[in-house]
Ligand binder design. Structure first.
Ligand code: SAH
Length: 220
């Protein structure tokens, strides 16, 4: 056990995590594998120590630089939507943030490529993913609105920051049959699921959501 886990022992008790999973089930999450992974991932490691005891609550949490780690329900919902078409080999995440969503994905798909525009957040995320020995993740400090061409096409793309409109580049980097889960909009945002089919892109609007905006430009 590493020191972070030792520090968090009280609030990370199996019971606290069980409660989180029970709540997810009540909120309508049905993918048992996703819930298993969330039960076993130390969410408290992805926030500052002062917030660790709130890590398994049903709320989003600040991670610095005006960014937030989504509430467990949203993480579960997006992951479930992404995986609903069957197993995924290559997944692009836009907005690494704390690295929590990255860690969840890494345990469920072949490889995760994740981009983040704020360098210090990426640095912390990298350390956490390393501590957890999630070695099938590659991180990049870049503007995720452009996707990550080098590793495309992806059979899944998940964005955790909201653009006004879906960037063309993300659609272009989706493999045939690939799935994109992304919050879209400014004041009112909706989670959208886009599937690439031979006939074109099929889009379904899912939940109403609240995400930080997708922004251009890098922070060093
Ligand atoms: N998945 C993250 C959520 C973090 S919030 C987690 O589990 O913690 C969304 C993140 O998207 C922020 O870290 C923000 O800096 C990042 N972001 C916003 N616009 C971006 C862009 N154009 N390219 C890459 N990352 C971006």
């Amino acid at each position: 056990m590493n020191s972070l886990e030792v520090k968090g022992i009280g609030m990370t008790s199996q019971r606290t995590r069980e409660r989180m999973v029970k709540r997810l089930r009540e909120q309508g999450i049905s993918d048992a594998v996703v819930m298993d992974v969330m039960r076993n991932t130390p969410r408290h490691m992805f926030v500052d120590e002062a917030l660790a005891q709130r890590a398994y609550e049903d709320s989003s949490l600040p991670i610095g630089y005006s960014q937030t780690l989504s509430q467990p329900y949203i993480v579960a919902r997006m992951t479930e939507l992404l995986l609903a078409g069957g197993p995924l080999q290559r997944v692009l995440e836009v907005g690494t943030g704390s690295g929590y969503q990255t860690a969840i994905l890494a345990q469920l798909v072949g490889r995760v490529f994740s981009v983040e525009r704020i360098k210090p957040l990426q640095k912390k995320a990298r350390q956490r993913l390393r501590t957890l020995r999630l070695n099938n993740v590659q991180l990049c400090h870049s503007d995720g609105g452009m996707g990550w061409q080098q590793h495309a096409p992806y059979d899944g793309i998940l964005a955790t920051a909201a653009p006004e409109q879906i960037p063309e580049e993300l659609l272009a980097q989706l493999a045939m049959g690939g799935r994109l889960v992304i919050p879209v909009g400014v004041d009112t945002q909706h989670l959208q699921l886009v599937v690439r089919t031979p006939a074109g892109f099929e889009s379904v609007c899912v939940d109403k959501v609240r995400f930080v905006p997708l922004r251009p430009g890098l922070v060093r």
